[in-house]
Write a protein that binds this ligand. Structure first.
Ligand code: PMM
Length: 285
């Protein structure tokens, strides 16, 4: 364990902001920018300066079609960054599907495991989540990046995601994870190409079963499709920022526990507006 106690997840009576920090060459929005540890650490500090409550550090891209990286490479990318940020008192989550990487990241100070596969990619993950005792994000997932777009097949996306997440929760609890440590995430863009994403946002209460919810919509393709003004034009990742802020606003108003975003400042501003609005509504009731 680190010499000083690892930072803990903050508690707040508003939606938390999780800043994205991909220490990868190939992530869809920030790939290649923070592959160098010093650049990544500086970006993590900047995210907190902009208002992020948690920095989510990942060393393997999950963009559609991405190839896996070796565990040793993944850990070499993330561990120095996690150690440096947690030494500054910053709550850090580890974005990984690998149990060994999650365990090493918690050892380095991470206080949350963010597993985009909800435990499906590595059967040892549930035991690491149980043993470390940190909070755990179980995201809805069906297949690795090379196959996931083909798995966008649903009769009723809300009911199927609800059932598949409930099965992940059962498996985690059977492995010894406390129920109150589990956060659910609908996995926007993962086995959901376009229209499958919107019903999950619009019906958050139906699949979350009263648990904490994390929403990761930031700059994703389905937002580009929604805002494009011509059928043959797709707005690129940077052009999707206002759409991301709209989703953050609506997620905060719907009571999401946290949003995972590339631009922390926009998200903080949106959440502050929602809080002010809701406080006034309470005061005048
Ligand atoms: N999306 C990405 C990566 N990790 N984690 C969670 N919990 N939820 C998400 O929607 C999610 C994630 C996609 O890649 P990016 O890091 O480039 O945004």
């Amino acid at each position: 364990m680190p010499a000083t106690p690892a930072p803990r997840l903050p508690h707040a009576d508003r939606t938390l902001v999780m800043g994205v920090l991909n220490v990868t060459p190939d992530s869809f929005s920030d790939g290649g920018r923070y592959l160098d540890a010093d650049a990544a650490i500086a970006r993590g500090l900047a995210l907190v300066e902009e208002g992020a409550d948690i920095v989510d550090v990942g060393g393997e891209s999950t963009r559609p079609g991405a190839q896996r990286v070796a565990p040793r490479e993944e850990q070499a990318r993330v561990l120095p960054v996690i150690a440096a940020l947690t030494a500054e008192g910053i709550p850090v989550s580890i974005d990984t599907m690998r149990a060994a990487t999650a365990a090493a990241a918690v050892e380095a100070g991470a206080c949350l495991i963010n597993d985009v596969s909800g435990g499906l990619a590595d059967e040892r993950m549930a035991y690491v989540a149980a043993d470390t005792g940190v909070d755990y994000v179980a995201m809805h997932w069906r297949a690795h990046s090379t196959e996931m777009d083909d798995r966008d097949r649903y009769d009723d996306v809300v009911a199927e995601v609800a059932a598949e997440l409930a099965a992940r929760v059962d498996a985690l609890v059977r492995a010894g994870v406390s129920e109150d440590r589990i956060v659910l995430d609908p996995g926007l863009g993962f086995a959901k190409v376009g229209d499958s994403n919107w019903p999950l946002l619009a019906n958050l209460g139906q699949w979350s079963a009263g648990r904490r919810v994390l929403i990761g919509a930031s700059r994703k393709r389905f937002l580009g499709a929604a805002i494009s003004r011509h059928p043959d034009e797709e707005a690129g990742p940077e052009r999707r920022e206002h759409a991301t802020t709209a989703v953050t606003t609506l997620s905060a108003a719907a009571g999401a526990w946290a949003v995972r975003v590339h631009d922390a400042r926009s998200a903080c501003d949106a959440i502050a507006v929602v809080s002010a609005w809701q406080d006034a509504a309470k005061a005048t009731r």
